[in-house]
Design a protein around this ligand. Structure first.
Ligand SMILES: Cc1cc2nc3c(=O)[nH]c(=O)nc-3n(C[C@H](O)[C@H](O)[C@H](O)COP(=O)(O)OP(=O)(O)OC[C@H]3O[C@@H](n4cnc5c(N)ncnc54)[C@H](O)[C@@H]3O)c2cc1C
Ligand SMILES: NC(=O)c1ccc[n+]([C@@H]2O[C@H](COP(=O)([O-])OP(=O)(O)OC[C@H]3O[C@@H](n4cnc5c(N)ncnc54)[C@H](OP(=O)(O)O)[C@@H]3O)[C@@H](O)[C@H]2O)c1
Length: 241
């Protein structure tokens, strides 16, 4: 049974009208980077959110977008410092490095809020200890949704993280146009990262379920298949809806 922990919002940062990050003080939670936890204003209406913070960071952080007709996300976006947020006591999820086999290059590929679990993973020592190359790919509709740039720049400078961004609904210098699966098929993603997307690689995918499907089909064309405990492969996915 889920126990609900009472958290308090420390800050609700608005990156755009619809994209927000909640920083929350709450009782300590044990989780692995990449996992999610259910959050709620009332227990009856809870939704899973991935941790942005690394497990050693005592302040919880969640990155969300307002789905205008959604029952919970517009209310989360309106939360103010000092207000209550319920956090379930049982984080879960398999988008974690302990489920990923060794490889030379780790590709972390996301759309929209799907970047959240990867920021948590990048905030730990594990990716840098286990993989020679780490690439973060983030695709958004508008350039203003390329969030957490300061943190990402820090990972690039201090850890050698490579990054590729896509902006699909306006032109944005420094970002690729279009969608991730097309750029896998035509070679633009590898060219932008300067690394191969085949062979000794592992790809973690997170975000829009249509992207997950299309990207897996494109990766299959490179000889990469889904990773399962019994049949090891190269792709691990988490769908946000
Ligand atoms: C494992 C897991 C982890 C998740 N982590 C996050 C997270 O870190 N941040 C986050 O914002 N959401 C995350 N979600 C989605 C989240 O649980 C909610 O669905 C979302 O906040 C919308 O809630 P809602 O009640 O307003 O609408 P819902 O009734 O939950 O969703 C309505 C519709 O909104 C769309 N939608 C839902 N979530 C998103 C999204 N993230 N981006 C774009 N469109 C969406 C889908 O079309 C969905 O059918 C996660 C979901 C899962 C399953
Ligand atoms: N982002 C906004 O400006 C905005 C504003 C208000 C409300 N919302 C709400 O937020 C939700 C959408 O959020 P979001 O923009 O973060 O997520 P999203 O719709 O998943 O878009 C994020 C990125 O994923 C891409 N994508 C979509 N389908 C794909 C596929 N099959 N293969 C590869 N890439 C794909 C999009 O490209 P395309 O652009 O080509 O689809 C975009 O670059 C909606 O419910 C919407 O109502 C969003």
């Amino acid at each position: 049974m889920t126990t609900w922990l009472e958290g308090r919002v420390i800050e609700n940062r608005h990156w755009t009208d619809t994209a927000f990050s909640l920083r929350v003080a709450a009782p300590p939670l044990r989780f692995e980077a990449g996992q999610f936890v259910r959050i709620a204003l009332e227990e009856q209406l809870a939704r899973p959110f991935s941790f942005v913070n690394a497990p050693h960071d005592p302040v919880l952080e969640f990155y969300g977008i307002v789905v205008p007709e959604g029952p919970l996300s517009p209310r989360l976006a309106r939360l103010r410092a000092g207000e209550r947020l319920l956090v379930a006591s049982n984080p879960a999820g398999f988008l974690v490095l302990s489920e990923v086999p060794d490889a030379e290059t780790l590709w972390l590929v996301s759309t929209g809020t799907g970047i959240a679990p990867f920021l948590s993973i990048l905030g730990t020592e594990t990716p840098w200890a286990r993989f020679r190359n780490v690439v973060l790919v983030h695709a958004v509709r508008h350039a203003a949704e390329l969030v957490y740039q300061d943190l990402i720049r820090k990972f690039s400078k201090e850890r050698g993280l490579r990054t590729v961004t896509f902006v699909s609904r306006e032109s944005s210098p420094g970002s690729l146009a279009g969608r991730i699966p097309t750029a896998i098929m035509d070679g633009r993603l590898e060219q932008a990262a300067g690394l191969a997307l085949e062979g000794n690689v592992h790809v973690m995918l997170c975000g829009n379920p249509d992207m997950l499907k299309d990207a897996q089909a494109a990766l299959a064309g490179r000889g990469l298949r889904k990773h399962r405990r019994r049949t090891p492969g190269h792709i691990t996915v988490e769908s946000f809806w």
